[in-house]
Write a protein that binds this ligand. Structure first.
Ligand code: 0RA
Length: 623
């Protein structure tokens, strides 16, 4: 081993700082933080691709819980650093925020999402190995918990260049032990769409699965993919350009659906909470259509943004030199200059496109006018319904409401199945807990659309119990509960219904999710009894653990909520003191919607693949 002196002490400080407060660097020590390590490495390879030096990335999930990321970029520099007198690679791997000093990154990501640096990954890995192909040689070094345990040495020859990093997240730090294939595959697919021409291969050695993600069309292909199985009413519009160092790539297409699907990214980060790029896009879109209509359509009346966006599918991707992120999950882009750049680009290019595609333009305008009409009709219908409702206070008959007048403490349990609904009604604290049983087979929102969904009895019951309306005019201030809790069986059917409900909320009551008011109840999977002591167990892992500790014990598996008696249901799933609730984030709901689209969509191959891949984790939708 090499002798490390002065700078080693500093390095140890950095490593210690990261290991002491991992959450500060990677968000948390659960699923998110665990995968964050992988995203960090992949991001570095993507940066190399953005700089024009890398065309292929290979991600491998190994059986031992490690992952590797290999690229064919220039290779991390290995030359001696003039100040530190150590190989640049070692500095990158051990010093906090050293990355920027070496990589001439055009787009440095800030805001605590990605871009924390390879040294953070290294510090939080039980071990990490790196191979660099550069200058005709293969260099290799190994680290353990952030510290080099071998010197950087030459282990072979190579004509090509590139970097391969293999690492195992430290089980002393993370509660999670395995990479989630579905999560990794979805992110890599997204990255391939966002970086056209880049080939990303995913190999899962644990299962033998291999997938290649590659898109020649980039964001245009992304929009086509999102619109599979939908009826479209225009071609895909593509807008791109660059100004003041901000580069913009946008693709969008109109469909006859009644909801908007918009995915926005800043520096490849999914900005779930939107931001200035999204508002710029919307403003440019609205201005272009109204300008075109004014010039080309007789008796044209201005169309509102929300009427334009109905049925719109769009992917907005910007690259910003110094992005600022805010919001609950730090996924809202706030750089003000981005709005103007995107707005003027979209306005100019889309107006030009409309003029060059008059029949597409006509169909788009017709769709907007139809949306406007439908909205006015729906408003009138709603007012009528409201009047009637005020007269008879028509809450659904199956709703067992609670008595508290304090909205914040009121909870609505949406429960699958009559028998579980019955137990829940007996189990609840009727002062602040309401129960609405729904039948298992509620409507398929993917196919039905809002108006048909509204004709469905179960959906109507849910909407009127919640009380905030539905669709674009949903008013969160009118909602009658502080928490909406989805309570379904812990099996595939339960997961299906939950996915369906989340998709419905995502599309037609999104503010409810944004306000953090939607929850999923986690019922236990097992009841373990040893002598007089009873334990409720919520996962397979937990069961293994507890049986190891207790030895021989009596195990009862709960197949469904209906199998628990009211006392058990109260104790395990409803009592605020002892239950497990997971708050649904907008990202969870987005994932659910995506899962739903695939599960219900037309693409049989994709569906098969999806079910095979997710069979295991569908039940863990709520991470
Ligand atoms: C700094 C400078 C150069 C390349 C990289 C960093 C680099 C980092 C990573 C991390 C994963 N893959 C990577 N590939 C490249 C370029 C130095 C030069 O050759 O001029």
């Amino acid at each position: 081993m090499t002798d490390y002196t002065a700078e080693t002490i500093e390095v140890l400080d950095d490593i210690q700082a990261v290991r002491k407060r991992p959450g500060m660097y990677v968000g948390d020590t659960g699923v998110r933080g665990f995968h964050h390590l992988l995203w960090e490495i992949v991001d570095n390879s993507i940066d190399e691709a953005l700089a024009g030096y890398c065309t292929e990335i290979k991600v491998t999930l190994h059986k031992d819980g490690s992952a590797s990321v290999e690229d064919n970029g220039r290779g991390i520099p290995v030359e001696e650093h003039p100040i530190f007198k150590r190989p640049a690679l070692e500095i990158v791997m051990t010093k906090l925020h050293a990355g920027g000093k070496f990589s001439k990154k055009a787009y440095k990501v800030s805001g605590g999402l990605h871009g924390v640096g390879l040294s953070v990954v290294n510090a939080l890995s039980e071990w990490l190995e790196v191979w660099v192909k550069r200058n005709g040689k293969v260099f290799y070094q190994r680290y353990e918990r952030g510290k080099p345990v071998t010197p950087l040495r030459v282990v072979g020859e190579a004509k090509e260049t590139g970097t391969k990093i293999r690492f195992k997240p430290d089980p002393e730090i993370f509660e999670v032990k395995e990479f989630d294939y579905g999560l990794v595959a979805e992110r890599l697919e997204e990255l391939a769409f966002l970086n056209k021409g880049l080939k990303i291969t995913l190999i899962d050695e644990r299962t033998g699965k291999v997938r290649v993600f590659y898109s020649e069309e980039g964001v245009v292909g992304f929009v086509r993919y999102l619109n599979e199985g939908k009826r479209t009413i225009s071609d895909v519009v593509y807008v791109s350009g660059e100004r003041n160092g901000i580069s913009v790539e946008i693709a969008f297409q109109f469909t006859d659906e009644d909801y908007e699907t918009l995915l926005a990214f800043a520096n490849n980060i999914h900005t779930v909470e939107g931001g200035t790029h999204v508002s710029g896009f919307r403003a440019g879109l609205t201005r272009a259509i109204n300008e075109y209509g004014k010039k080309n359509v007789k008796k044209f009346k201005p169309i509102s943004g929300s009427d334009i966006r109905e049925g719109l599918t769009a992917v907005v991707s910007v690259k910003v030199p110094e992005p600022q992120f805010e919001g609950q999950t730090k996924t809202k882009l706030t750089n003000t200059e981005v709005k103007t750049v995107v707005e003027s680009l979209v306005y100019r290019e889309f107006l030009k496109w409309l003029e060059e595609h008059p029949s597409d333009a006509n169909r788009i305008i017709e769709k907007c006018l139809l949306a406007m009409k439908a909205r006015e009709m729906a408003k009138r219908a709603r007012e009528l319904v409201k009047k009637k409702a005020e007269a008879s206070l028509s809450l659904p008959g199956k709703l067992a409401d609670c008595s508290s007048k304090d909205v914040k403490e009121r909870e609505l349990f949406i429960v699958e199945g009559e028998s579980a609904g019955g137990s829940a009604k007996q189990a609840r604290d009727r002062r602040f807990q309401a129960v609405l049983p729904i039948r298992g087979k509620i409507i398929n929102v993917e196919k039905a659309g809002m108006l048909r969904a509204l004709k469905n009895e179960e959906i109507r019951a849910i909407a009127s119990a919640i009380g905030g309306g539905i669709g674009r005019d949903f008013d969160v201030s009118k909602v009658r509960y502080g928490k909406i809790i989805i309570m379904t069986d812990a099996d595939i059917d339960g997961a299906h219904i939950r996915t369906l409900l989340l998709t419905f909320f995502y599309r037609y009551m999104r503010p409810l999710i944004e306000a953090g008011m939607v929850y999923v109840a986690l019922p236990p999977l097992y009841r373990v009894k040893k002598g007089e002591r009873v334990y409720y167990v919520y996962s397979e892992g937990e069961l293994k653990e507890i049986l190891r500790k207790l030895g021989k014990a009596e195990v009862q598996r709960f197949k469904g909520l209906g199998e628990m008696n009211p006392e058990q249901l109260w104790e395990t799933t409803m009592n605020p003191e002892t239950r497990k609730l997971v708050r649904v984030t907008i990202e969870d709901a987005f994932m659910a919607e995506r899962m739903f689209k695939i599960l219900m969509g037309e693409n049989v191959e994709e569906r098969k693949e999806f079910i095979l891949n997710h069979a295991r984790e569908v039940k863990n939708l709520d991470v």
